[in-house]
Design a protein around this ligand. Sequence first.
Ligand SMILES: [Zn+2]
Length: 238
Amino acid sequence: MDERLNILLELQSMDIRLDQIKIEKRQTPLDMKRLEEEFNVLKVTTEQDQITLKELKAELRNTERELEETEVKLKKSMLRLNEVKSNKEYQAILKEIEEIKEINAEQEEKVIKCMEDIEIQEKECSEGSLRWERNEKEYKIRKNEFINKGKELDQEEQTLNDKRSKLSDKVDKDLLNMYNRLRLNLKNEVVVQVRDGVCSGCHLGIPPQQYNDLIKTNSIQSCPNCNRIIYWGGAKES
Ligand SMILES: [Zn+2]
């Protein structure tokens, strides 16, 4: 079979791989960016959990302080009960004590609620920090994978380009130009088989005379429909 065909086919498979590498190289930074974004969302959530915990603890401290103040007030009012002169005054202080007790009860309830919230939030935070550790590890591993993948692709591209340039030197200039022009316009496979009289690039039939000629001479020709470089499918195995 035509040696030029072998070289063209090899060139074509290299070019198809080189195109894939270009696509993969564009995709890798996008994948990495998505990973970073996912990681950042988790980071923000974990940080937010810690902030909420701090706020709850501050709220507890405030309420406890208020509670202490109320208790002092209550004690003072109780003491004043012993010093009252009139019944009216006595009643007024009693009313005041009732009010303080109500406030006191509300504050006690608030302290309990706060403590419960803190307990829940602390659990959330410790789970969050475990999740965070796991994710940080996974993030580092995957980031390394992306970096290595990028390096591998660069290396493969370099190797293929070197091979391609050596191989190109072996192809007839006109044929190479034709091939390059076709690849620029049509992408993917531009050197295609003709099977049962049909071009496998455009899936249209070629004239019977050209088909017979293709079989008889095992030559390289152009598809009259799509201009792809065509060869007889049966010729490849021969
Ligand atoms: Zn065609």
